[in-house]
Design a binder for this molecule. Structure first.
Ligand code: S3P
Length: 415
């Protein structure tokens, strides 16, 4: 089996979330094309509607009418989506009203104290359940602060910048390493008073206005599965079209190129963010590499699929400081080690580092578990492509959390 052809991945999940959520604060209205059809972004749109925003789906397009910050006190189900919950915490904190945010069993296990604590220092009234959802927020007057984050997290950074839009004075957020900057770019495009400062970003109280139209680029984190599958499967050649190339999102491409991968990137536009096509061809001689701590935020969602590629690379690949992976939709370090290990891969953890020794032929035996985590399910599907058979994976359908047509698109590439 090989993968051949081209694929257009769904609209970017991170940018779709932000377009939807920011409409709650903004004035004006916006026709968003290529809005992500994924379950996580459906949670965001549902949240926006419940909080008083106006959302209309017209096929591939979503029309958003700004609520101008006039929100309805309510309970919000964020489903499986950490981005929905954390960004909402940030901008609900400074609004009048009482809001409760909850989610599914996976989201209820994820830490929210990292957002609640700095918000509380700004004057917010946020209560969590032992640091986890459900989260209750009562609107309060916020005062701008300087935040030095202990972890590079775009969700946390975004929550604090959004809180800063309604806080007195200036809010500054500095991260230990750079993470994706979709929030900064979109807020700036909407007229917010936001700028780089002190090695991070500062924001001042501002009104924002929706652009009339916004085209969401394709999700590079969805493209990542097809591209990596093509690199490791003999005879493959895949092109992903219309893919977002935000510098904070393309760490996988940089690392795979360092490993010798035949990967070609052609930028075709810069509005609203850089985007273009990315092609991958089977590369028989991938070489192991060391992925440094500062590179992890740039490929944080791609660690599982990069781990699969590393099983086929010569030498020991090390991914340094990947502890954030323990608190994603599943404990992804445990999931990668048990599931790829069950396929015969040689991989282990030492502290917060992951080691993978290759090349190793993978041999399916028995069944596999996605742990209800979309990125683990899609990684296992690509492991199946490499092995030339479809693996039996529990809850494989959870891929729809980020990529509803993943299996259809994959079938269309199979030759
Ligand atoms: C996201 C940030 C990342 C990423 C997640 C989406 C975002 O999470 O893993 O899938 O849209 O801001 P962290 O902020 O927890 O690193």
């Amino acid at each position: 089996m090989s993968l051949r052809g081209s694929v257009t991945p769904p609209g970017d999940k991170s940018i779709s979330h932000r377009a939807g959520l920011f409409s709650l604060l903004a004035t004006g209205s916006c026709r968003v094309s290529n809005f992500s059809p994924c379950a996580d972004c459906a949670s965001t749109l549902e949240a926006v509607s419940r909080l008083g925003g106006k959302v209309e789906r017209r096929g591939e397009e979503v029309v958003l009418r700004g609520a101008g910050g006039k929100l309805v006190s309510t309970e919000v189900d964020c489903g499986n989506s950490g981005t929905t919950m954390r960004l909402l915490m940030g901008f609900l904190a400074g609004r009048p009203g009482r809001f409760t945010l909850d989610g599914d069993a996976s989201l209820r296990r994820r830490p929210m104290g990292r957002v609640a604590d700095p918000l509380t220092r700004m004057g917010a009234k946020v209560s969590t359940t032992d640091g986890r959802p459900p989260v209750t927020i009562e609107g309060a007057e916020l005062v701008g602060q300087r935040h030095e984050l202990a972890v590079a997290s775009a969700q946390l950074k975004s929550a604090l910048l959004l809180a800063g839009l309604r806080a007195k004075g200036e809010t500054v957020v500095v991260e230990p390493h750079l993470s994706r900057d979709h929030t900064e770019r979109l807020l700036k495009a909407m007229g917010a008073d936001i700028a780089p400062a002190e090695g991070g970003w500062r924001v001042r109280p501002s009104e924002i206005r929706l652009p009339e139209t916004l085209r969401v680029p394709g999700d590079v984190s969805a493209a990542a599965f097809m591209l990596t599958g093509a690199l490791i499967t003999p005879g493959s050649q895949v092109t992903t079209l219309g893919v977002g190339l935000n510098p904070g999102r393309v760490g996988l491409i940089t690392v795979l190129q360092r490993m010798g991968a035949k990967l070609q990137v052609i930028e075709e536009g810069r509005d609203p963010e850089p985007w273009g096509r990315v092609s991958a061809a089977y590369t028989p001689e991938l070489i192991a590499t060391e992925v440094l701590p500062e590179e992890i935020p740039l490929l944080v969602d791609e660690v599982p699929i990069l781990a699969l590629a590393a099983t086929q690379a010569r030498g020991v690949t090390v991914m340094r400081s990947i502890n954030e992976l323990r608190i994603k939709e599943s404990d992804r370090i445990a999931a990668i080690i048990t599931q790829l290990g069950a396929l015969g891969a040689r991989l282990w953890e030492e502290g917060d580092d992951l080691f993978i020794e290759g090349p190793t032929p993978l041999k399916p035996q028995g069944s596999y578990d996605s742990y209800g985590d979309h990125r683990i399910a899609m990684t296992l599907a690509m492991a199946g492509v490499l092995c030339g058979q479809t693996l039996e994976v529990a809850d494989a359908a959870c891929a729809g959390v980020s990529y509803p047509d993943f299996y259809r698109d994959l079938e269309a590439l199979k030759q």
